[in-house]
Design a protein around this ligand. Structure first.
Ligand code: PHE
Length: 455
């Protein structure tokens, strides 16, 4: 199989559109919904520190590797890995790593969409003034009235899936490029405003900062470390081919190092801002940090319910969150679509309908895990928790580990350098050491630690 010089799906119109689309992929529910609640469940500071270390030691080098591999291969992750391996006279079974990504993407979007659906419901509640003057208990009840109703969750999940697949069917470029540039700055602005609001909670703000930034390692379990690492993959969209596929639409002249650093910094800042807005509110309202996936839905309405213009800002905030989730969802399913179009020879439209329906169906498990299926427990987890654990904590780190090995050991030094180093020759040797040794070892150590092999 020879390697095409361009992707059949087209190319980003500039370096900036790639940055915007990849940032749109990275910044999503992971930053604003997931990061605060898992930080809360895992004791705060020490968890955050491990997460930040993973971003630097694992996430950044791997992001560069995925962009590099994607751009060199120019096809869906399965074919790209297969053809690049063949080019180096290595086994074509490397394509299996692409499969991990396709399966992971399928599962992730199934629950991502249900949560994004909850955010859509909150747009309407907010604009309608439902949160005005709301108490902590009231906010809790409002959240339960949504999640305990399978019909409503299902309806919003359906709406979000349709929105996603419509954009995907139109093609990544004309679909995504257009709106990401407005969403990110606006989201940033409202987050800053919320942090400003939290800063006025006096001592609670300090408590919040203390919780987030003072590491207390006695609160961190081996599984917590795995969750922190898994989240580094999840939040940067790594380990499942999303960034790789976006890289395959990137022009040859763009500096991989710069764009990757930019994306990682933006993503991290958004997550930390979300944490800084949410924990002071949680503490000021006697909510425990560890309430779980409902955290943002139970805290933020309290803030919006008590500030001037809160209905408007709250509505806008959730709307932006939906947009951020939307631009992420598109990238989660793109490897699946690229694979269907390239290997099954069907149109993007048909691919979108087929994949979208399958994912929607799987999403029912998550819909029910908040209500009638609350007690369907497997390995001590609800269906939603299980799907999240399997993907974020196992499949993404595994996919990432194999991708790092591929980039560092399978692709020859010169080919990687050729693809990678154009404008940044000095950074190349550093990256190579990271991707060959540090990144894979870090993932392996965390895995062994969970299995209990490291004592
Ligand atoms: N990074 C996205 C977020 O934080 C989620 C995502 C995961 C996107 C995997 C693509 C691939 O919300």
């Amino acid at each position: 199989m020879s390697r095409p010089t361009d992707s059949i799906h087209g190319q980003w119109s500039s370096r900036w559109t790639f940055i915007l689309a990849a940032t749109g992929s990275a910044v999503g529910l992971g930053n604003i919904w997931k990061f605060p609640y898992i930080a809360g469940e895992n004791g705060g500071g020490a968890f955050v520190l491990v997460y930040l270390l993973c971003i630097v030691a694992i996430g950044l080098p791997l992001m560069m590797a995925e962009v590099m591999i994607g751009r060199r291969g120019r096809q869906n992750p399965v074919n790209t890995l297969r053809s690049l391996a063949k080019e180096e006279n290595k086994s074509a079974s490397w394509g299996l790593v692409g499969w991990i990504g396709i399966v992971a993407g399928f599962i992730i979007l199934s629950y991502y969409s249900v949560i994004a659906g909850q955010a859509i419901a909150y747009v309407f509640r907010s604009f309608a003034g439902v949160f005005e003057g709301v108490t902590a208990d009231g906010a809790h009840q409002i959240y339960l009235s949504l999640t305990h109703d399978p019909e409503r969750l299902l309806a919003w999940h359906t709406v979000f899936m349709v929105l996603t697949m419509v954009v995907v069917a139109r093609g990544v470029k004309s679909g995504i490029e257009r709106f990401v540039k407005y969403i990110m700055p606006a989201l940033f602005a409202i987050l800053l405003m919320l942090v400003g609001y939290a800063a006025n909670t006096g001592d609670y703000f300090n408590q919040g900062l203390h919780f987030l930034f003072t590491p207390n390692f006695s609160k961190l379990t081996a599984n917590g470390v795995l969750t922190a690492m898994g989240h580094a993959f999840f939040t940067l969209s790594l380990g499942m081919g999303a960034i790789m596929v976006y890289g395959s639409y990137l022009s040859k002249t763009t500096s991989i190092v710069k764009v990757s650093i930019w994306i990682a910094i933006t993503d991290t800042v958004v997550a930390l801002l979300a944490g800084m807005a949410i924990f002071p509110l949680a503490f000021a309202n006697e909510l425990t940090a560890g309430v779980g996936p409902g955290l943002i839905f139970e805290t933020l309405p309290i803030a919006f319910g008590h500030m001037a213009g809160g209905a408007l800002f709250g509505g806008l905030f959730f709307l932006l969150l939906v947009f951020a989730a939307w631009s992420s969802a598109i990238s989660i399913v793109e490897p699946v679509i690229a694979w269907l179009v390239e290997n099954k020879n069907i149109s993007r439209r048909r691919a979108s309908v087929t994949a979208g329906f399958g994912i929607w169906l799987l999403g029912l498990l998550t819909v029910f895990s908040f209500n009638i299926g609350e007690n369907w427990i497997l390995f001590g987890k609800t269906m939603f928790e299980l799907l999240d654990y399997i993907t974020a904590n196992i499949l993404l780190p595994l996919g990432g580990l194999l991708t790092a090995i591929f980039a560092g050991w399978v692709i020859s030094k010169n080919n990687a350098k050729d693809e990678f180093a154009m404008k940044t020759p000095f950074f190349y040797p550093i990256w190579r050491v990271l991707i060959r040794f540090i990144t894979p070892l870090a993932v392996i150590i965390v895995f062994l630690n969970v299995i209990g092999l490291l004592g």
